[in-house]
Design a protein around this ligand. Structure first.
Ligand code: FAD
Ligand code: UDP
Length: 380
């Protein structure tokens, strides 16, 4: 019936389905556990008319021209630069920590010589991971590194991951480097935009093809099984390609134990005021139990007199209770993942793709890129 089955209608599953339907002209079945498509990129218009991101703020940014071009077939864009402020010692200062942040938070008598030292050692525009800056021998730069570590990274990371920055893969904190410039934007990528009518509409268009059949409210377990090293579809051996974008440990019934995830409790509030805060997102590294507040009107401006904000409270992921938002990149978890990956390798017709199946902290552009190359290499 179907030579291709995809589990998950997130960005990974949608792009793969589109390629199979359009390029191969083959029928493809997409199974989605939730009652909507889009995965974590899902957005909707709330009761005040504002586009909100149900699973946390999603800002598209990329240097991949091919990815931007591909997605542009399915959406118009609203050019959008994301600004984040950090609430630190009662002040609001730009993040990532840059030269403006330095002058905003420290007295000039300290900030000026520190800027000079930084620019003597590094190039203007350089991006320095905090864990690298901490290795500085110079006394003053070491002082600065410790200051940034304590004020920006330590408590935020403990809140977000229940781990210290050096207990997780350095790539996590590297996402928000120290920026040796006066560029206050959160990202410096070439393309920065949000889909004019939101991500859900864009993903709907990606999936809009007569060859694509979508089954919502359906977990893979209801129709797919792995038994005696065989993939079964409706209890019969399945010889077509299975593209799995769900949790890999779940696919193999947690044979090597559970791969842990961080989850978030998303608390939306609609307020009877035009604006709430001066930037789209404010991070609270050292105060409150939430990590950040996002005000969606900054991302998709609307003329409504109200505003909607979102507070993100990190928590442990518990199956069935909350969503698996972030794979936790520690050495131990990577070891467990590798065991599952090896197991998956025994099935020639199984392809793992996406944040959950690859247990990898992908951004949206990276997952589109990965889906496009996986299609070319492993399917076409
Ligand atoms: P998902 O979006 O997780 O999709 C997987 C889908 O599979 C889900 O719909 C799920 O319900 C379904 N599924 C899972 N298991 C099963 C099963 N057993 N049976 C049936 N269906 C199943 N990226 C950016 O580029 N910019 C950002 O600003 C950004 N912000 C983010 C903020 C947060 C809080 C989070 C959590 C992520 C953010 N991302 C951001 C990352 C982005 O969400 C991911 O890159 C993207 O969603 C990955 O797509 P995916 O298809 O791999 O996974
Ligand atoms: N981070 C931090 N303080 C901040 C912002 C980020 O410590 O103010 C660290 C934290 O560990 C976080 C990581 O950098 O998980 C990546 O931040 P990013 O904003 O990219 O997280 P995401 O938007 O993916 O949740």
């Amino acid at each position: 019936m179907f030579n291709y089955i995809i589990v998950g209608a997130g960005l990974a599953g949608a792009v793969m389905a589109e390629r199979i339907a359009n390029i191969l002209d083959e029928k493809v079945l997409v199974i989605e556990r939730r009652n909507h498509i889009g995965g974590n990129c899902y957005d909707e218009i709330d009761k005040t008319g504002i586009i909100i991101h149900k699973y946390g703020p999603h800002i598209f940014h990329t240097n991949y021209r091919d990815v931007f071009k591909y997605l542009s077939k399915f959406t118009e864009w609203r050019e959008y630069q994301h600004y984040v402020l950090g609430f630190i010692d009662g002040k609001l200062a730009p993040l990532p920590f840059n030269l403006n942040t330095l002058h905003k938070l420290l007295p000039e008598s300290l900030a000026k010589p520190l800027e000079k030292k930084l620019l003597k050692k590094y190039n203007y525009g350089e991006r320095i991971p905090i864990l690298k800056l901490l290795e500085e021998d110079d006394r003053d730069l070491k002082f600065l590194a410790n200051y940034i570590y304590e004020k920006v990274f330590l408590n935020y990371t403990i809140k977000q991951w229940a781990l210290k920055p050096d207990e997780i893969d350095g790539k996590v904190t590297e996402r928000v480097p120290i920026l040796l410039s006066r560029d206050n934007r959160y990202f410096q990528d070439h393309y920065q935009a949000v889909p004019q009518e939101g991500y859900t509409k864009m993903i709907q268009k990606i999936l809009d093809h007569e060859n694509i059949k979508i089954m919502l409210n359906t977990s893979h377990q209801e129709i797919l099984k792995i038994k005696n090293n065989k993939i079964l579809f409706m209890d019969r051996e399945y010889k077509g390609k299975l593209i799995f974008t769900g949790k890999i440990d779940e696919l193999f019934n947690y044979r090597y134990g559970r791969l842990p995830y961080r989850s978030l409790n998303f608390k939306f509030e609609t307020l009877d005021q035009k604006w709430y805060q001066p930037a789209a997102t404010i991070n609270y590294p050292n105060d409150y139990d939430f990590t950040r507040i996002t005000e969606f009107k900054h991302i998709h401006p609307t003329s409504t007199k109200k505003t909607t904000i979102l507070k993100e409270y990190p928590q442990e992921h518990i199956e069935g209770k909350n969503e698996p938002c972030y794979p936790i990149p520690t050495k131990e978890n990577q070891k467990t993942y590798k065991k599952y990956e090896k197991l998956a390798g025994k099935h020639e017709n199984l392809i793992l793709l996406g944040r959950l199946a690859e247990y990898h902290y992908y951004n949206m552009d990276e997952i589109v890129k990965k889906a496009l190359t996986t299609f070319k290499k492993e399917i076409k």
